[in-house]
Design a protein around this ligand. Structure first.
Ligand code: BTN
Length: 263
């Protein structure tokens, strides 16, 4: 089994906060669950937990995150944004931009972002981001950003193989996970700083260029269970997905699950 060489990561990571404190576990229930406990105990911004394998990795809407050892990257980053909760809605997309650009640099693949939190490559999902925010009144106390990536998987379980992929399956070559992780943490620090200063504005154009949904007809069941159908056109600076419906009206989707539908 090819285990992550944490020394390589520590020696080659030149960030100011993200990953300055970095703890590696060979096996953990969930890096995000562990980091939330540390956050509640006062861990500092930028603390990172990485696991070679997760036994209870989870994603949005309670979905399990497939986390076998020796192949993927599963890690969580603690952020302590000094921003009102309302301004945090675009954080996952800013982190999606960070992850997509880091993967592009490390592999040369063209990455796409499927709103709100999926990383896509050649039409299939290869990663996901789960941002969990703990609020304190109208402010956020902390955000735990958990990222899972299928990297060197040469196969995926039957139930995933139609919709999911890995970087190895797309490039045909094995990816140096430690180098990719250094790129990811560096890009997360870069984009988090930009986001903290000026929100999502600077990301709209590069996100648009990487949007998996742009120009596609989608059906979204919102948090309120109301179903909306329309063509995805872009994002706004609050992180909402913009749709145009058949009547030509623009709609803002702030939450929900997206299904691509035939035109
Ligand atoms: C999604 O696609 O719904 C998001 C998946 C996020 C999975 C990562 S793996 C590392 C971290 N620990 C978890 O339990 N979940 C996130």
């Amino acid at each position: 089994m090819n285990f992550l060489q944490i020394d390589y990561i520590k020696e080659n990571l030149h960030t100011r906060t993200v990953g300055k404190k970095l703890t590696y576990f060979e096996r953990l229930d969930s890096t995000s669950a562990r980091l939330k406990t540390l956050a509640a105990d006062g861990a500092t911004q930028g603390t990172v937990i990485i696991a070679e394998q997760q036994t209870a990795g989870h994603g949005r809407q309670g979905n399990a995150w497939y986390s076998p050892p020796g192949t993927g990257l599963y890690f969580s980053v603690l952020l302590r944004p000094q921003l009102p909760l309302l301004k945090l809605s675009g954080l996952t997309l800013a982190l999606g931009h960070a992850a997509a650009t880091a993967i592009e640099t490390a592999t040369g693949l063209a990455m796409r972002i499927k709103w709100p939190n999926d990383l896509y490559c050649n039409g299939r999902k290869c990663g996901g981001i789960l941002t969990e925010i703990q609020s304190a009144g109208s402010d956020s106390a902390y955000a735990v950003a958990g990222i899972g990536l299928n990297v060197n998987n040469d196969f995926l379980p039957l139930e995933l193989c139609e919709s999911a992929t890995s970087l190895l399956l797309e490039t045909g070559a094995s990816v140096f996970r430690e180098g990719l992780l250094v790129e990811l943490l560096t890009a997360i620090e870069r984009d988090y700083l930009i986001f903290s200063g000026s929100g999502l504005d600077a990301f709209i154009e590069p996100l648009q260029a990487r949007s998996h949904l742009a120009g596609k007809w989608v059906r979204i069941e919102g948090g309120d269970r109301k179903v909306q159908t329309g063509m995805a056109t872009g994002f706004d600076n609050q992180g909402a997905l913009l749709l145009i419906n058949e009547k030509g009206e623009t709609m803002r989707m702030t939450s929900g699950s997206v299904l691509e539908v035939k035109e």
